[in-house]
Design a binder for this molecule. Structure first.
Ligand code: GRF
Length: 196
């Protein structure tokens, strides 16, 4: 049985999909658990979801500015919360901060992310808009290990779909999120089983 912690900044729909998959004994017979949500944004929707799901949460607000010191303080607080919770796997799910080598080095090999595009194409904060605006014939989702770069870690799983004629951005977004909510829990469960 392994402990999962999720880092999120926003709505938390992927966090909820993972928590619900792990709460299903049919999918998770060994009882791996989501033990903690870490959020950097006070008032974010993911915190309400954690309350509804009965999962502990902690807010680690970053100080003003994007200075190395601000990041160091926040990352140290996050690592401390993750260690206290006994996290075995740290899952980034819409966590909108760039993590420094301090944090990545501490959790490397146990730190995964989801990106709403087919990496290595369209890394960065606007994966959906960038892939939609491209000439790519396929759109999709990537789950990857986190390394010191931005969306550069080794790919664990990808799922794509063809761009149909007339597909709107809203339709593409909806399809991408639907795939995320299927692919991320399934991939997390596979990783947990592989390391159990
Ligand atoms: C997802 O599209 C994810 O791929 C991206 O941020 C979004 C988070 O959505 N990294 P949610 O907060 O899980 O609803």
């Amino acid at each position: 049985m392994a402990n999962v912690a999720v880092l999120a900044s926003g709505s938390g729909s992927n966090f909820q999909a993972i928590a619900e998959a792990l709460a299903d004994p049919g999918r998770n017979p060994r009882g791996h658990r989501v033990v903690l949500l870490v959020c950097d944004k006070p008032g974010a929707g993911c915190l309400d979801r954690a309350t509804r799901l009965g999962i502990a949460s902690v807010v680690v607000p970053y100080g003003p500015g994007r200075t190395p010191e601000v990041r160091r303080v926040a990352e140290t607080a996050m690592t401390s919360a993750l260690e206290t919770a006994g996290a075995d796997l740290v899952v980034l799910a819409g966590f909108m901060r760039i993590l420094t080598p301090l944090f990545v080095g501490r959790w490397k090999g146990r730190l995964v992310n989801i990106h709403p595009a087919l990496l290595p194409r369209h890394p960065g904060a606007h994966g959906i808009a960038d892939s939609f605006a491209s000439n790519d014939k396929e759109l999709g989702v990537t789950v990857h290990w986190v390394d010191e770069g931005v969306d550069t870690g080794a790919v664990i799983a990808q799922k794509s779909f063809p761009r149909t004629p007339g597909l709107s951005l809203a339709e593409a977004e909806a399809k991408i999120h639907e795939i995320e909510h299927d692919l991320y829990p399934a991939t997390v469960l596979k990783l947990l089983e592989a390391h159990a």
